[in-house]
Design a protein around this ligand. Structure first.
Ligand code: ADP
Ligand code: MG
Length: 259
């Protein structure tokens, strides 16, 4: 039994089938990339697994337990985290305060801006910032951070829930290539060190090929290929559907990012 088992997952929007009987497994210590052209059904798949969107059909098992039908909040509490997007309202808070907020939320405590206990979960927050190499910037307001650093704070915040599975839909959107490599490389380290199971989407094939343990490919809602970097790189269906037939796959292909 795998940690996460997605089976025949499907989503219909009216007459359109956005995700069509998709099945895959995810295990601890594994960085799994979900790739495919825009509109392939990647985000819809994430949203069904995370409980943001009801599935039309299928099953998502965590340790053999059905997640479909649970609220997104209880799915998080089952151990399936998502990349946290720092809300604009938190930009005035410091880096460490943002992570403390995520810890407070995980422990279901209400955050108060005037609370006397500013030290609540502070040590844990600093520790999480250490994991993403942001401890030196703990006291800076998030509004002052470089974009790549904000992303690392988001990662620390999503680790606050101590997830076993982490879902990251386009975690490097808007980043320059070097930053993309750095962030996904960091995620890969956490996957190895903490035995995390991570599913992520990424537009840059360079980044995917450099860091992913395994790749699954969606096209028009269907899973068309699955395997190691080498297997997927050479898969004829991937060459044809993802990059257009007749072309060889370029490792620096980076389709335009959807706004
Ligand atoms: P990707 O993330 O791979 O780019 P999406 O999962 O966002 O693709 O979209 C897959 C398909 O489902 C697209 O055709 C998109 O237009 C459609 N779709 C996504 N969300 C909705 C929605 N809320 N209502 C109707 N159609 C949707
Ligand atoms: Mg998407």
């Amino acid at each position: 039994m795998s940690l996460l088992e997605v089976r025949q997952l499907s989503k219909r929007f009216g007459g359109n089938i956005a995700v069509d009987q998709v099945s895959f497994d995810l295990n601890p210590g594994e960085l799994l990339a979900l790739i495919g052209p825009n509109g392939a059904g990647k985000s819809t798949s994430f949203n069904m697994v995370g409980g943001q969107l009801p599935a039309s059909d299928g099953s998502v098992l965590l340790d053999g337990k059905e997640l479909l039908g649970l609220s997104s909040r209880s799915i998080v509490h089952q151990g399936v985290g998502r990349t946290f997007q720092i809300a604009a309202t938190f930009a005035s808070l410091t880096v460490v305060e943002n992570v403390q907020m995520a810890l407070l939320s995980h422990h279901r405590r209400v955050f108060s801006f005037w609370r006397p206990a500013a030290g609540l979960y502070r040590d844990e927050a600093i520790q999480l910032l250490g994991l993403v190499n942001m401890q030196d910037q703990a006291e800076r307001p998030c509004s002052e951070l470089a974009y790549g650093d904000v992303k690392r704070v988001e990662l620390a915040m999503s680790l606050a829930g101590n997830p076993r599975v982490l879902l990251m839909d386009e975690p490097t959107a808007g980043m320059a290539p070097a930053e993309r490599h750095a962030l996904v490389g960091l995620v890969k380290q956490l996957v190895v060190q903490r035995r995390l199971a991570v599913l992520f989407t990424e537009h840059s094939m360079d980044v995917v090929f450099a860091h992913a343990d395994r790749i699954i490919v969606l096209a028009r809602g269907k899973l068309i290929a699955e395997g190691s970097v080498e297997q997927v790189r050479q898969h004829p269906k991937v060459q044809e559907v993802y990059f257009g037939s007749g072309k060889t796959m370029q490792t620096d292909v980076s389709p335009e990012v959807k706004s």
